[in-house]
Design a protein around this ligand. Sequence first.
Ligand code: SF4
Ligand code: SF4
Length: 309
Amino acid sequence: MQISRRNFLKYCTMSAASIGLTRLDLEALAAVLAKPDAPTVLWLHGSSCTGCSVSLLNYVSDTAPHDITEVLTQSINLAFHPTIMALSGEASSAALHQAAAAGPYVLVIEGGIPMAYGGHACVVYSYNGHEVTMQEAVQRFAPGAAAILCVGTCSSYGGIPHAGSNPTGVVNVRELTGRPTINIPGCPANPSWVIWAVVQLILGNPVPLDSVGRPVFLYHANGTIHQNCPRNPAVGGEEAAGFEDCHHKCLINLGCRGPFTEAKCENCWNGKEGQGHWCIGVNAPCHGCVEPTFPGPQSFYEPYLPESP
Ligand code: SF4
Ligand code: SF4
C-alpha cells in the first residue's frame, strides 16, 4: 500500500485537540514513521458486524485528508485490512504473511473469536489453499505482535457475539492468547480513540490501563457518563416517563446505563466535538457499550439493574 506519512501527521494535527495528542507526540510520530522499520498494522476481523471499521471509515472531514480511508491507505502502513485493502483472495493473505514475517507489527483485532465447531464459525481467509479460521489467525499472529489492540467490545470482552447462549463459543482475545491487550471497547469503538491508541503504540508510549485493559486516559478521565450528562437531575434535569416525551430529559427510566458506565463519550462522537453528537444527545439511552457487562441479559429500554459482581 502507498505510504504518505505527511498526510497522517496532517490528520493528527487536525484532530490533536479532540484525541489528546500533543505537538511533541506528533513530532515524535513523524520521526518514528520516517524510519524504514516503522511498525506496520495488521487488522483481523473475527465475529462481528464490522461496525467498528464502518465507524472508523465514516469519519469525515471538510479538509484533506477527507476520510479515514485516505488516512489508513495513504498514511500508515496498513498491510492487511479485509474491508478496505485492494488485494483479495490468496494475494491478500500472502501480503499478510509477508508483512508479519518482515515485522515489527501492531496487531489490531476487531470481533470475537469463535471456538466451537473447530473455529469454523468464522473463516477469515484462505492461505495456500487452506481455510484459516479466526482462532488460527489470532494464534498465528498474536505471539509475534509488538502489541495487540482490541478494537470494539467484541474482541475486548466478547460483546454481542458472546451474548445469550453463545452458540459459537466466542471468547475474547485475552482469553485465547493469554497475552495482555489494549482494549478500546465500544459498540462501535469511537474512531478518534482508535486512532489515538494506534498512534501511542507506533510511538511506543506507555498506555496506563485499568483492570479490564482500557486506557485510563480515554475511559476514566471524567468519571461516569451520568456525572457528565447535561440531563442529570442533580443539575436541573427532569426524568422522562417515555420516549414520546424524552427530548432534553433524563433517560434513566428508559434504560440508561450512564450511572454505571465510565468513558468520555459526551460530545465527542462523529467528528463533531462539542455539538451534542453522542447517544444521549440524540435521545438514545446509554447502553453501557464500553463495559465488559455489555450487552447483558436485560432489554436496553427498561430501567437497568446492574449484574451482581
Ligand atoms: S440520561 Fe442517563 S447519563 Fe444522563 S442523567 Fe439521565 S441517567 Fe444519567
Ligand atoms: S454513551 Fe454509552 S452507549 Fe453511547 S457510546 Fe458511550 S458508553 Fe456506548
